[in-house]
Design a protein around this ligand. Sequence first.
Ligand SMILES: [Zn+2]
Length: 253
Amino acid sequence: MAKKKKKKKLKWGRVFIALIIVIVLIFGIYKSASFLIDQAIDLINDLLAGEKISTKKYRATIIIDPGHGGYDVGANTKNIYEKDITLKIAQYLQKALEKKNIKVVLTRDKDIELNSDKSTDLHMRAAMSQQNQADYFVSIHVNDLANNTSVSGFEIYTRNNDSYFLAESILTKMDELKISKNRGIVDGSNLQVLRDNTVPSVLVELGYIKSSDFQYLTNDSQLNNIAGAIANGLEERIKEDKEAKNEGENQGE
Ligand SMILES: [Zn+2]
């Protein structure tokens, strides 16, 4: 009987100790969890602050539109497709612009169409200007003149005065490369991707795929050079537009 009683007493002692351990553990877990949560909140706040700062430092936002994509291969010859050339140069251009602290949004970064309906597809590309509060829009294409192999050169399409200045800046820099004939600035007011746009926008035709232009259109380092020229043209436009804006503000004072 006495033995039994002793056993019972010992059991209660164990329960008590277990209870203390559980309380200490819960308290410990609670403390470390709240510490971790505080740390996580601080980290998120830091990241958000950093994001704000890095958005501020961009000099401009540009939509780069690699023409065509997916089912729509664009101009082509000898199994070389416009959609691949435009994507490649758009990616070179993105790198070149980001080095200059210019934010780039691509309308596509892989081999896809945005919509199976061509008109909807083009409208979606143009709409990205407004969605991203962009300053400029640059569509990239490669030309094709049926089976005419003798017509070569690059040209830029625009539809209004603001866009004309942008076209001029880019064309000047492309001309300095002396890669092909400079075919100048062409009226692009009937092009939907320009017509549906809300910001200064241009469509760059890099060259004619079935002409001698084929050589540089299929050469990565040449495409990189052209991307560099387009980036320099854009940078010059950004600078001049900023200067004009500052002058306007000063005159208003
Ligand atoms: Zn095209």
